[in-house]
Design a protein around this ligand. Structure first.
Ligand SMILES: [Zn+2]
Length: 444
């Protein structure tokens, strides 16, 4: 008989065989002394909470007391979200990052990134992501900004907002799009500083050729970024906007004086794009660093149909994009640069947006929590451990995102046969945790 729905035992077997889930879980550690509930069980609980797409830790709390999940994650007893939070605040981040790296390496070995290669190349993108913001809760590592609000009487008032922001590097060309690494902005520093730190760390985590092409937004039209990309041996496609005044203006002036190099019409998602492309090599990158670079400009008229009072009318909008790239004209023709430039834009919609919207990633309390384990500092005084809650939960989310996408998009025959969405698969796994008693000992 054919299986009708996904089950937790088969999901777990796949995770343990292909990705050593339980061996990784056993490496987890936190700052508690002699805890009754092990860091491994805490990790597995949060991992399953994301895999099941549970809406909150409170829901996980209920799930642990009502389903077989508790024995599935090797916990001696049910435990509440308070235990989870206390453990996560002092969680060690290195084993989590090591697991994320190992998962991605295994995905690559298993050919998960072969589909969608661009001219044979693997493509990653770097993006800034804002994780949470608050007017009241804050911690010592919060970033701060002044924002203008309206009070109940409609008057404008300024208030300080606290928030956390990170930079993430994500594979983008293939259907499975895991994050490779993440770097948090420290108070007072810009996104570019965190991004450079992340890029410098990547070869140490993955080797320099884990991917070939890096897509970046307009903030990164900077000499240090270009130098680093050259040094590591990647190629880059970077959005070019008016904030890079000299390069932008010399490109716009040059292209205005000549007809497009390529023109074509493209149909996508019931929309028609009339595209004109310009391409030049040899424009000076900046005044201080006049190294010649290639710039591509795309002028696109997007035609859409609109229905008004039962009548179809067509209307159009104009769009302009520019990119600066290190890729050669011979191997990467102009339309391919446009395609690469647009895939970074898609990443903004499919990466963090998806994670924050559809993955219940709203654990704001984790950053401002005072109830944390203590440690002895260098002067022999007791102090609270640094709060890793937000970073730890983010890592577990990224691990769950990578593994469940690979399960749905590459492994599951059911998902393919029945055209199941990732959310449906998550619901089936969650239901299975209430139905299927696990083996006496969960499989290794
Ligand atoms: Zn904070």
């Amino acid at each position: 008989m054919k299986e009708r729905a996904h089950s937790l035992p088969s999901f777990s077997a796949w995770l343990n065989k292909g990705f050593d889930l339980r061996a990784h879980a056993a490496q987890m550690a936190d700052a508690r002394t002699d805890p009754e509930i092990s860091p491994s069980s805490v990790f597995l609980a949060v991992f399953h909470s994301f895999a099941f797409r549970l809406p909150s830790f409170q829901q996980l709390d209920r799930e642990l007391s009502h389903s077989y999940l508790q024995s599935w994650i090797d916990a001696e007893r049910a435990f509440g979200d308070d235990t989870l939070r206390y453990s996560l605040c002092g969680f060690e981040l290195d084993p989590l990052e090591a697991m994320l790296v190992d998962v991605n390496r295994r995905l690559k070995r298993g050919k998960a990134f072969d589909e969608g290669r661009v001219q044979g190349c693997l493509v990653a993108a770097l993006d800034g992501i804002e994780v949470l913001s608050s007017f009241s809760r804050r911690c010592e590592r919060c970033l701060e900004r002044r924002v203008t609000l309206k009070d109940p009487a409609g008057r404008k008032i300024e208030q300080t907002q606290y928030y956390h922001r990170a930079v993430g590097c994500q594979m983008v060309h293939s259907p499975v799009k895991p994050f490779l690494a993440i770097e948090w902005l420290q108070p007072g520093e810009g996104e570019d500083a965190a991004a450079l730190r992340l890029l410098q760390r990547l070869p140490g985590l993955y080797g320099s050729r884990f991917f070939d092409i890096l897509l970046l937004d307009a903030l990164y039209v900077q000499t240090p970024v270009l130098q680093l990309v050259h040094k590591i041996g990647w190629d880059a496609v970077i959005s070019l906007k008016q904030n890079s005044r000299d390069l932008y203006q010399s490109a716009v002036r040059l292209f205005a004086s000549r007809p497009p190099d390529v023109g074509f019409t493209e149909q996508r998602d019931h929309k028609t794009y009339h595209v004109q492309l310009w391409d030049t090599e040899g424009l000076p990158f900046t005044i201080d660093n006049p190294e010649p670079v290639r710039v591509v400009r795309s002028e696109e008229v997007l035609e859409r149909n609109r229905y008004r009072q039962g009548e179809r009318t067509s209307y159009s909008t104009d769009h302009e994009w520019l990119w600066v790239t290190t890729l050669s004209t011979r191997l990467f023709p102009t339309p391919v640069i446009r395609q690469l430039g647009h895939s970074r834009w898609k990443n903004e919609n499919n990466g963090w947006m998806d994670l924050t919207k559809h993955w219940a990633f709203k654990h704001g309390f984790l950053h401002a929590r005072r109830h944390r384990p203590e440690q002895i500092n260098v002067s022999g005084e007791r102090e609270l451990v640094p709060n890793h809650g937000l970073a730890a939960v983010t890592f577990i989310l990224l691990i769950a995102f990578a593994l469940t996408s690979a399960f749905v998009l590459r492994h599951s025959k059911l998902a393919r046969r029945d055209h199941l969405s990732a959310i449906t698969v998550a619901a089936q796994l969650r239901a299975s945790a209430s139905k299927a008693p696990p083996p006496i000992r969960a499989p290794d």
